[in-house]
Write a protein that binds this ligand. Structure first.
Ligand SMILES: [Zn+2]
Ligand SMILES: [Zn+2]
Length: 274
C-alpha cells in the first residue's frame, strides 16, 4: 500500500509562514492498495487530493469518514472530482452520530451554508453507514481484496478508527481519540495489532493535554504506549494542534523518538509505503 498525507492538522486549518513545512490543511489521507483508491476523511486537504485525482478520471474511490466534525468534512464541497460525471464515490460513515453521513454532508452544503447543494455534484455518490465491527471489502482491481475494519475511539459525538489490510500489510488510521486514564484503549490496541503503519491522534504534548482533558484528543506519549503494546512497526503522529508551528511539531517528534525510534510526525505531502 502507498499512503499519502494531504492534511495533517486538527481542529481548524492553520496556514501561514510558521506552518509551511508541516502544512496547515486538516485531515485527509489517501491509501492506494493495488488499483483501489481509499480516502480517509475529507478535511481541507481533500481539495488538493482532488486536483491530483482529476488527472486520473474517470475514477472510483472509497471515502471513509472517521466522524463528521468540521475539520473532517470541510474539504468535501471543494472536492472537484465529485462534480465530474463518470466518477464514482462510495462514502462510508460510522453510524454513531445523530444523523446519517448523507444528511450531514447534505446539511453542510444546504442553504444558507453553501452556494450549491450536494445534488449539484455530477459524480455518482453512494452512502453507506457502517456499524461498529462490520468489515468493508473492496476489490483491488487485480484479483485481490482490501479489507477495512473499524473500532470506536473515545471522542465527543463518537469516532471510528479504521484498519486497512491488503496483501498481508496493515495500515491503521486512528484520529480524534482520547486515551483513558491509567489504562490502554482495548479496542484501539486490538485494531492496531501488528500494524505496519499506525497513524495516531497526537494533537497535544502531555503538558498541553493537561489543559485539554475531555476534548477528545491524545498525545505522542499515549501513541507510543499503544504502538509498543500492539507491536506496531511504525508510528505516525497526526492531527497536530493548530497552535503548533513547525518547530513545535518537530520537537514533539523528537520527544516521541526518544521513547520509540520508528516514529515520525506527519506532514503534508508525506508518502509512505507499507
Ligand atoms: Zn479532528
Ligand atoms: Zn473530532
Amino acid at each position: 500500500m502507498q499512503i499519502t498525507f494531504w492534511g495533517v492538522r486538527g481542529s481548524i486549518p492553520a496556514p501561514g509562514p510558521s506552518t509551511v513545512e508541516i502544512g496547515g490543511n486538516t485531515s485527509c489521507v489517501e491509501v492506494r492498495a493495488g488499483k483501489a483508491i481509499l480516502i480517509f476523511d475529507g478535511g481541507t486537504g481533500l481539495r488538493m487530493l482532488g486536483k491530483k485525482l482529476l488527472k486520473e478520471t474517470p475514477i472510483t474511490a472509497h471515502m471513509f469518514f472517521s466522524h463528521v466534525h468540521w475539520d473532517h468534512i470541510q474539504g468535501f464541497p471543494f472536492f472537484e472530482p465529485a462534480f465530474v460525471k463518470g466518477n464514482e464515490f462510495h462514502l462510508y460513515g460510522g453510524n454513531n452520530v445523530s444523523r446519517t453521513l448523507a444528511e450531514t454532508l447534505e446539511g453542510q452544503m444546504d442553504q444558507p451554508n453553501f452556494p450549491v447543494d450536494l445534488g449539484a455534484m455530477g459524480a455518482k455518490v453512494s452512502f453507506r453507514d457502517v456499524p461498529e465491527g462490520e468489515a468493508v471489502e473492496i476489490d483491488d482491481g487485480s484479483g485481490g481484496k482490501v479489507r477495512v475494519t473499524n473500532a470506536r475511539g473515545n471522542h465527543p459525538q463518537g469516532v471510528f478508527a479504521f484498519r486497512v489490510e491488503h496483501k498481508g500489510k496493515v495500515v491503521v488510521y486512528a484520529t480524534d481519540t482520547e486515551h483513558y486514564d491509567g489504562r490502554l484503549d482495548d479496542k484501539l490496541a486490538a485494531l492496531a495489532k501488528g500494524a505496519d503503519i499506525f497513524i495516531y491522534d497526537a494533537q497535544y504534548t502531555p503538558e498541553e493535554y493537561s489543559a485539554k482533558k475531555g476534548w477528545g484528543h491524545s498525545t505522542f506519549e499515549e501513541g507510543v504506549k499503544l504502538a509498543k503494546h500492539s507491536g506496531v512497526k511504525r508510528l505516525v503522529l497526526f492531527h497536530h494542534d493548530p497552535t503548533q508551528n513547525d518547530a513545535a511539531v518537530h520537537e514533539k517528534e523528537k520527544r516521541a523518538k526518544a521513547l520509540f525510534p520508528n516514529v515520525l510526525a506527519a506532514y503534508e505531502g508525506l508518502v509512505l509505503d507499507a
